[in-house]
Ligand binder design. Structure first.
Ligand code: URA
Length: 210
């Protein structure tokens, strides 16, 4: 645990994560659990949203009371698995603006190549939360954050379900200003780039594509 990495050890998060890791968990159940766990993680990652005071009338009296301030949050899904985390955050922050980043890995250079990018306007004035369940090598995550910074974002956070130490180190190196919130820091990557013990391919498990 550091300022750069927060592992949310809440019992409900850890319980749901165990169910998600279990290979016997169905696609429908996996998707539902990801939705629920994302809401719990979103609670943590939105902790520093700015507040301002407004004056309201309760049935009893007038009071000054806090309300979210500034431009709406921007939520950015790193395709395709990030889409499984969108609705969980949007239920908590329904007015958030939503963007998408699509990257594939060039098989010759092994570098991430952009195939889609659509971000909300005025990124520089918003808290931006990039979501991707698996922070593995960190190459595509770091590239996605590069694109968001090129588009003007200055206040970015990264929300994932599982992180590998290699991915955390890569992100810390490339983007030390981007805090990461996760449900678990797992042991390591295997030789194919999968997180161990992990949960397998998050996209395949949530969309039933394997
Ligand atoms: N992406 C996944 O879906 N799973 C991993 O273990 C690593 C990357």
């Amino acid at each position: 645990m550091s300022d750069h990495l927060t592992v949310v050890d809440h019992p409900l998060v850890q319980h749901k994560l165990t169910l998600m890791r279990d290979k016997g968990t169905s696609t429908a159940e996996f998707r539902r659990l990801l939705h629920e766990i994302t809401q719990l993680l979103a609670y943590e990652i939105t902790r520093e949203l700015p507040l301002t005071q407004i004056t309201i009338e309760t049935p009893m009296q007038t009071m000054d009371s806090p309300i979210l301030a500034g431009k709406k949050l921007a939520l950015v899904s790193i395709l395709r698995a990030g889409n499984g985390m969108l609705d969980g955050v949007l239920e908590l922050v329904p007015s958030a603006r939503v963007g998408f980043v699509g990257l594939y890995r060039d098989e010759e250079t092994l570098q991430p190549v952009q195939y889609y990018f659509k971000a909300p306007k005025e990124l520089k004035d918003r808290m931006v939360i990039a979501v991707d369940p698996m922070l593995a090598t960190g190459n595509s995550s770091a590239a996605a954050i590069d694109l968001l910074k090129e588009a003007g974002a200055t206040n970015i956070r990264f929300l994932c379900l599982l992180a590998a130490p290699e991915g955390v180190a890569r992100m810390k190196d490339a983007h030390p200003d981007v805090p990461i919130v996760t449900a678990s820091l797992d042991r390591a990557l295997n030789e194919k780039g999968y997180i161990m013990p992990g949960l397998g391919d998050a996209g395949d498990r949530m969309f039933g594509t394997k």
